[in-house]
Design a protein around this ligand. Sequence first.
Ligand code: UGA
Length: 454
Amino acid sequence: MKVCVVGTGYVGLTTGVSLAFLGHEVTCVDLDQEKVDMLRGGRCPIYEPGMEELLAEAAQNLTFTTSYAEGVPGADVVFVAVQTPSAPDGSPDLRYLRSAAESVAQSLDHEFTVVVNKSTVPIGSGNWVDAILRDSFATRTDRPENCEFSVASNPEFLREGNAIHDTLFPDRIVIGSDNPRALEVLNQLYRPLINQTFTPPSFQPRPDDTTAVPLVSTDLASAELIKYAANAFLALKISYVNEIGQLAGKVGADITEVARGIGLDQRIGSRFLEPGVGWGGSCFGKDTKALIATASEYKYDMPIVQAARDVNQRQREIAVERLQSELRILKGRKIGLLGVAFKPNTDDLRDSPALDIASLLVARGARVKLHDPIAGDRFRREYPEMAPHLSDTLDGVFDDCDAIVLVTKWAQYLELDWGKFVGLMRTPIVLDGRNVLDQERMERLGYKYIAMAG
Ligand code: UGA
């Protein structure tokens, strides 16, 4: 099929490259000339393991352009995957989506095109995009005769850092539209994924338990709500284990054992029960906020989702309190933070716990040094005012340090030769912000180990 993808961020690029890999003819449109040039040269503007390899494997079916007129005409499906940043009141800013929809409508010419909202948009945005498309289409003097289009929602569930795996071997595919023909087109587009008939890329073999992928084919509003409901549930699952983790500390229970013990109940499930400094990233914070904002438009509050957010914020504060109760005085102390990215295998810094923890520490007079194996350059670019706190070397972080906080679960930190650094520290305290270090081993190496949770 002929596909156009508007926007080459995480979601758009992964969608475009994966669909091209599956054999569809894909044109990716992005207004950013620099990004388009990079992609044409086979280079990936974001850090995502495997993406450049997949880009190379799919190259013959992929075109990159800044022009809608090159991508939209003739397309069976147009995905709109532009950014929807949070506005100050928590609702997503839909300016980019509006202008993308207007531009798409100016180039539609096919007998039937499905326009898919791939960005995470508030419930009801499908109808809104439909109205924009129709208004913009109506202004055209060159309106083609035989040209129909319909809006659909196809939420994305990929995790950054696992984008290719999650796209090629998803737990489910959700499509929503009020037009059965649009659903049929998307069903056909995703056949190779649903039936798992494609040969996986060499670097991303098919997991043994993936045979076929369930398809949820539903109405527009339900598909939109599924996305928010899934993210809010994952966010509250993490906040829940963090809340229990704090109680575990107080009653003398071991949260690792508790999480294992509850996670083995198949109704609960063991994933996303890792306690620590909490969740960050572009999705959970934004989506829980947007869900609450949508609900409030209906004069409805969502105390469970709000509580997940509050607990998450509290975890960041607890990290600082732990350090304070250990060191007594934070003023003038040097605190090293390992990891700036919001999670491993990405250089994404959005809503990263490290940023909040660093700011809270600085506000209390501590000297902060941050390190990240990948996200350093991006940090310098995006947070120039905090750049002096960054250290390119681990020595620079540990040297004369009063406490280290493990913030991001990078493999490099888990495999670190911790014994080599202990002697550099003034007081060898380590706060395990991800509950992943072996306490006994750390103590044997001479560290004073502090857990985030019990
Ligand atoms: C999340 C969802 O997992 C995806 O399904 C969804 O598509 C995506 O948002 C989105 O809406 O675009 P992502 O933000 O990339 O994906 O990252 P996750 O792997 O979900 O991790 C989120 C945060 O939770 C990280 O800061 C991670 O460290 C933290 N986390 C995760 C925990 O603290 N504990 C856990 O047990 C799991």
